[in-house]
Design a protein around this ligand. Structure first.
Ligand SMILES: [Zn+2]
Length: 145
């Protein structure tokens, strides 16, 4: 699955994921003041998301109801996978360290992560192999074409 969502479209998606029976009116009420976006800008963002097959729309009475095709969690997983994939395999550790340094983890979150890590440690590789094209990475292990 490919998810190509701009920064502005992402703000709209968050409204979709947080509410049911979303109309353009609700999105406009939620975002126009905070983001200083006009109603027509928001309607354009909604129709772009429909064109991209990220939103579905259905006419109920005289209103259009918008629904997200992908859940927030689907997007989180796909975008995280794509993001991590932009870097050398050897930089995954740094990405995780960075996320941890944001101090957005509760004690329970940390306990859960420790359980996952303890399980992963049992079958962990001694060395993570670089997956880069030679000339795209500084780790010195990039594969030669
Ligand atoms: Zn590499």
């Amino acid at each position: 699955m490919e998810i190509n969502i701009s920064e502005a479209e992402w703000e709209v998606m968050r409204v979709l994921w947080s509410n049911s029976n979303v109309t353009s009116k609700l999105v406009i009420e939620t975002l126009s003041e905070e983001k200083k976006w006009s109603a027509s800008t928001i309607k354009t963002l909604l129709s772009r998301l429909v064109d991209k097959n990220i939103l579905q729309t259905k006419k109920i009475g005289n209103k259009y109801i918008y629904k997200a095709i992908y859940s927030e969690n689907d997007c989180l997983e796909t975008l995280t996978k794509n993001f991590v994939g932009k870097f050398c395999n050897k930089k995954t550790k740094r990405i995780i360290e960075y996320a941890i340094e944001q101090d957005n983890l509760s004690k329970d979150d940390i306990e859960e992560i420790l359980v996952i890590l303890t399980e992963k440690l049992k079958n962990a590789k001694d060395i993570v192999k670089c997956n880069c094209i030679k000339g795209q990475c500084t780790c010195g292990n990039a594969k030669i074409k």
